[in-house]
Design a protein around this ligand. Structure first.
Ligand code: PLP
Length: 366
């Protein structure tokens, strides 16, 4: 069976070795005669996988001991709500940096909670007026020195805008949505108090949400929420407070192990940068046929967006690429254009195939 070239934005392509391992182990996990899905989450067989996934994450990112590693559910969207519920106190204020559709949504959810709690969710800075075509520099943000935290997204999946270096927004605890660039390189988590991401782009299937958070920050979280909504209780229970998505976490383990086999995150970063350079290079060398709306210093390594001269040509591009075996190239419905997601599991050769298709298409249609 030939797998199509998959540029989907998420759920996205997974590393073939991680899937093959799951297939090989599906009916008989570790000689137990059961699939991993059929094991109790309180049993030894599953707990070993769970703890291995946590240990691999700690190893790959060199996560300091003062951080907890959590596997939660509800996607990044649940984090949009849980972060303010826990950390935006009555009468308090949180700062939001808005650089695309997702950080905007995070702000809207925080504002909903602020309305309930008698608190404020401020927009400390936004690039919306310029169409979300760049990140916001830290010195442009109007920060509240008393903010409970400042929230931003490291990568905007729809607009293709990314912080390639971690910014520092004042002295408030930094909280970040890393859903679409988690593990794209060995990001230092020390400047953050809490980061989160849905697994379905870079590290596994949907249904698992990874949270890395400072223990001291979690301790400050609101204590009168139902237990299931408190980070602290999940941390105390090693993410086994209730039944976790066991098969999803098992697949995350497989993907993390694949990253390690590839040579770790430095090797993954080099591979990601090369893929993005090849693709942006093709866009820039097309004499204006393909056009990136994103400022050069903000161009995402994970989600490359570009336009063609007309929407009709964009539709034709997606259709013809589909016939050539390439999936997932249509831009998000709210943004239009083309989007190529280059997550860790996207093979460099796929980008070469796409670039060659782009050259032919431009010659034909340009
Ligand atoms: C950056 C970012 N944040 C949040 C989300 C929402 O994630 P979920 O669907 O897991 O709630 C997405 C989904 O694509 C995303 O790309």
């Amino acid at each position: 069976m030939r797998r199509p070239i998959n540029f989907n934005a998420g759920p996205a392509t997974l590393p073939l070795p991680a899937l093959e391992r799951a297939r090989a182990e599906l009916l008989d996990f570790d000689g137990t005669g059961l699939s991993v899905m059929e094991h109790s989450h309180r049993g030894q067989a599953y707990e070993a996988v769970h703890n291995e996934a946590i240990a691999l994450l700690r190893e790959l990112l060199s996560i300091p001991a003062e951080f907890d590693v959590l596997f939660l559910q509800g996607g990044a969207s649940m984090q949009f709500a849980l972060v303010p519920m826990s950390f935006l106190p009555v009468g308090g204020s949180a700062d939001h940096v808005v650089t695309g559709a997702w950080s905007e949504k995070a702000h809207q959810e925080a504002a909903a909670w602020a309305g309930i709690a008698g608190a404020r969710a401020r927009v400390a800075g936004s690039t919306k007026e310029s169409g979300f075509t760049r990140v916001l520099r830290a010195d442009e943000a109007q920060l509240d020195p008393a903010a409970a935290y400042v929230h931003f997204a490291t990568n905007e999946t729809i607009h293709g805008v990314q912080y390639l270096e971690t910014p520092t927004f004042g002295r408030a605890p930094q909280v970040s949505d890393m859903s679409s660039d988690f593990l794209w390189r060995k990001v230092d988590v020390a400047p953050f108090s809490l980061v989160y991401g849905g697994a379905q782009k870079n590290i596994g299937p949907s249904g698992v949400t990874v949270v890395l958070a400072r223990k001291a920050f979690l301790e400050r979280g609101r204590k009168d929420l139902p237990k299931i909504l408190q980070y602290r209780t999940h941390a105390e229970a090693n993410s086994l407070l209730n039944t976790p998505p066991t098969f999803g976490i098992y697949l995350v383990r497989n993907v993390l192990d694949w990253i390690k086999t590839c040579g770790g995150l430095d090797a993954i970063e080099a591979r990601n940068r090369a893929k993005a350079a090849e693709l942006y290079g093709a866009v820039d060398a097309s004499a204006g046929f393909y056009r990136s709306p994103v400022e050069v210093g903000s161009r995402s390594v994970m989600n490359v967006v570009f336009r063609l001269p007309t929407e009709a040509l964009e539709t034709r591009f997606v259709e013809e690429a589909g016939r050539a075996g390439m999936l997932g190239l249509k831009g998000h419905r709210s943004a239009g254009g083309i989007r190529v997601s280059l997550y860790n599991a996207v093979e460099p050769e796929w980008v070469t195939v796409l670039v060659s298709f782009m050259k032919d298409f431009a010659k034909k249609a340009g």
